[in-house]
Design a protein around this ligand. Sequence first.
Ligand SMILES: [Zn+2]
Length: 85
Amino acid sequence: MAKVEIKVECHSCGGTGLYKGFAEPPETAVVCHSCGGSGCEILSGTPFTHRKHKRGIRWVMNDGGLWMVRNGKEKRYPVEEFYKE
Ligand SMILES: [Zn+2]
């Protein structure tokens, strides 16, 4: 499916084009660094239609914890159960 683009309000300034934090003097704002003052940003991606299967996966862990402390005994369940939901 073709990618689409949608123009949305800038996530940083809420569509105002201006940013006011603690460091700015009273009643003074700076031009939003994220959108350059336009107040908008473009989101692009492929429209979601359905969840796709991930190739080569047979098991799913809900939370495997941090990878460096896994011991191989984490609870897991068949990927078919995951896609049934
Ligand atoms: Zn902005």
